[in-house]
Each structure stands twice: as C-alpha cells, then as structure tokens.
Design a protein around this ligand. Structure first.
Ligand code: FES
Length: 171
C-alpha cells in the first residue's frame, strides 16, 4: 500500500512538474517573440565604414542605407539619397561637388542644403552613431531628420565645376 502511495505521489509530482515546464516554455516563447528584432538593413541601423574613411571632399554612397556619408567641417553626416521633391534617387556630381536630382533638376550642396529647383527643403538626414565594439559608423535609417528649409545654409560649399545634368545649375 505504501509503495502504491509513493508511486501515486511520484506520478502526481511529475505531472505537476511537466505542466510547470510547458507553462514556462510558453511564457519564454511569448516573451522572445515580442522582443524587437535588431534591424540590420534599410529601415534599421546600417553598419558602414570607420569615421576616418569619410573624406573631406566628395561623398561616399552607402547603397544598403540608401544614403551618402559626407564630412562637413570635420563632422560626418548621413544624407538620405531620396530627393525631397518626389523621391528620385539623387546622385552626387563629382565635377560640381553637388547633389543633382536628374528628375526635375533640384540641386543640393554637399551638406545637403537646398540650392535650386522644385524640392521644398534640403536633403533629409539620418542620425549616426559609432559602434562601441567595432568603431564603425552606423546609420539609423529608421529615424529621418527633415532637411533644412530653403535659404538655410549649413555649409558654404558652392558648386566647384560643371553640372552633371542639363538642369543642374548654381542658385
Ligand atoms: S524628384 Fe528630385 S527634383 Fe523632382
């Protein structure tokens, strides 16, 4: 009889332990699923290059971030390549050292300031941060900073030469 009770007691305990484990697994899975995923492509933080790789002139295109890295007065900034007019991709023109939109001719200086054309403002910017472990620049493409209004000039960088488009011209 005593053996029978011990066996029943043992089975009851095992049953309770099993239910507890299943419940704990369910809670863990739910908690895990609700954690935000670390984004690593466009829409999240995009790993790029070391700060010292960004030159004082020109612009580095980062296709994964749909952005450019430029250095203005020693400070690195990330500019969205999406035109603030109707969203065309804005290339950097090496001869003029400006961004020149091929769609309707808006031009922006190397800092992304509006210079001419139909766009309502300068180029939008993304926040950047330096990775603690790898020392690389991360562009946060999930947070857009609206570009400056026309007339706001953050860098005195006039065109350095001929435009790359027929419509690109100095303001
Ligand atoms: S989309 Fe760039 S000027 Fe219109």
């Amino acid at each position: 009889m005593s053996d029978m009770l011990n066996r029943r007691d043992f089975l009851t305990r095992m049953w309770k332990a099993g239910i507890t484990l299943i419940g704990a697994a369910g809670i863990w899975t739910s908690w895990d699923l609700l954690q935000p995923l670390e984004a690593s492509g466009f829409g999240g933080k995009v790993r790029t290059v070391p700060p010292e790789a960004v030159p004082e002139t020109g612009a580095i295109e980062v296709p994964q971030a749909r952005a450019y890295l430029v250095r203005i007065d020693g400070q690195v900034k990330a500019l969205s390549e999406k035109c603030t007019h109707l969203g065309c991709r804005v290339p950097f023109c090496n001869t003029s050292s400006q961004f020149e939109c091929p769609c309707h001719g808006t031009t922006f200086n190397r800092a992304g300031d509006y210079r001419s054309g139909p766009a309502p403002r300068g180029m939008d910017e993304y926040p950047i941060e330096i990775g603690e472990e790898d020392g690389l620049i991360y562009i946060d493409t999930g947070a857009v900073i609206e570009g400056p209004a026309p007339g706001v000039i953050t860098a005195d960088e006039p065109a350095t030469g001929p435009s790359c488009t027929d419509s690109g011209h100095e303001a």
